[in-house]
Design a protein around this ligand. Structure first.
Ligand code: BEZ
Length: 211
């Protein structure tokens, strides 16, 4: 079953490189990112896992717990974790789910049979503190993801969850933002007493709140 934005993400128990977890309990009140990669001991996945480990402090800063998933056994993980360190210089510092029986992959629709019956696609799920799905993306095995983009998206999700704004094309934290169309000018005056720039009546630009 595919997941839709706003759905409560499926809960599960699983073995990970940091011991057994119950997913919703593990998330607690934090934001979370669950990401899948096709298989252990494959080149693109090795670079991705190393990069996520390298960026862990950036996820921590944003209060985001990160967890990876592969359809390999728990016994198979340590040798690959060593390879990741050898190849990228980064020690895996977040849990990696061992989903050899594809229980979690099935729950999150990570096996796309027209591509492969065995390996997962590269999906990313960003989950809010309410356990609801805020964003999902799916890449093919041949294309490594850009985790700086995932951080940028988290910045937007966290900002727009708190303020009545949306973020424009190529926005990055610190740039101006857009007042949401659902806020009329009268209501906007209360939220943004310093005013805004009207580019079009429906495109009202303000500095990023909370800066
Ligand atoms: C990789 O991670 O390098 C990879 C995995 C499956 C197919 C192609 C590439």
């Amino acid at each position: 079953m595919s997941l839709h934005l706003g759905d409560i993400v499926p809960d599960f128990t699983a073995q990970t490189t940091q011991g057994p977890i119950s997913f919703h309990d593990w998330l607690g009140d934090s934001w979370g990112i669950l990401f899948s990669h096709p298989k252990n001991f494959t080149p693109v996945c090795t670079t991705e896992l190393g990069q996520v480990a390298h960026l862990k402090s950036e996820f921590d800063k944003r209060g985001v717990k990160v967890i990876g998933l592969s359809v390999d056994t728990i016994e198979n993980h340590p040798a690959w974790v060593q390879d990741i360190k050898d190849a990228t210089g980064s020690t895996l510092n977040f849990p990696l789910i061992a989903d050899a029986n594809k229980k979690v992959s099935t729950l999150y629709d990570l096996i796309h049979p027209n591509v492969s019956d065995t390996a997962t696609v590269r999906s990313v799920f960003v989950i809010g503190p309410d356990k609801k799905l805020k964003l999902s993306i799916t890449y093919p095995a041949s294309t490594g993801r850009n985790f700086q983009e995932i951080l940028r998206v988290v910045d937007s999700l966290q900002l727009t969850a708190k303020h009545a704004v949306a973020t424009p094309v190529d926005w990055k934290s610190g740039d101006d933002v857009i007042i949401v169309p659902s806020l009329n000018d009268e209501a906007a005056k209360e939220r943004f007493p310093n005013g805004w720039k009207t580019v079009k009546p429906y495109l009202r630009v303000v500095p990023q709140p909370g800066q």
